[in-house]
Design a protein around this ligand. Structure first.
Ligand code: RP5
Length: 164
């Protein structure tokens, strides 16, 4: 078992439906990662410990998803210089606009790279992390290039109206 290059953390088990889109891409690209629930509000001590040990444990980036008052990505970024990729999780009452604004509006000096709300954002965070790793890991670069090729082929083969 290879040690994880990426962390995939989320504020609640209920976020998995969204963050699973990131996990699926990481698995397809064969990037070793660890997936954990770490809550900024319910387990603040764990959050600090996770962030403080991220670099020494070899994590090169952390994909962090949360919903509502989504402080997880920002607080991780406050405690580590490992790049944090924030994914706003759709919320019940505000459909994730609250999550997006909580994550994207970081104060100068503590960056969080923020992605789209929901599964598209989670998938793109994984692809972005793969692109960050690609220069140092030729296998990941090749897998990412192959993903792009297949995506292009699928769009070129698409017809409308779609088959029923
Ligand atoms: C946030 O609160 C989590 O990231 C989740 O999106 C939201 C709701 O959590 P649960 O009440 O479903 O556990 O901290």
């Amino acid at each position: 078992m290879q040690s994880p290059l990426l962390g995939l953390v989320m504020g609640s088990q209920s976020d998995w439906e969204t963050l699973q889109a990131a996990a699926e891409h990481l698995e397809a690209l064969k990037i070793p990662f660890e997936a954990r629930v770490v809550s900024a509000h319910r387990t603040p001590d764990l959050l600090f410990q996770y962030a403080e040990t991220a670099a020494q444990r070899g994590l090169t980036a952390i994909i962090a998803g949360a919903g509502g008052a989504a402080h997880l990505p920002g607080m991780l970024a406050a405690k580590t210089v490992v790049p944090v990729l924030g994914v706003p999780v759709p919320s019940r009452h505000l459909q994730g606009l609250d999550s997006l604004l909580s994550i994207v509006q970081m104060p100068k000096g503590v960056p969080v790279a923020t992605f789209a709300i929901g599964r598209a954002g989670a998938a793109n965070a994984a692809l972005f992390a793969a692109a960050m790793l690609a220069p140092a890991y030729p296998a990941i670069a090749a897998a990412l290039a192959e993903f792009r090729r297949q995506q292009e082929s699928a769009v070129l083969a698409a017809t409308v109206p779609p088959p029923t």
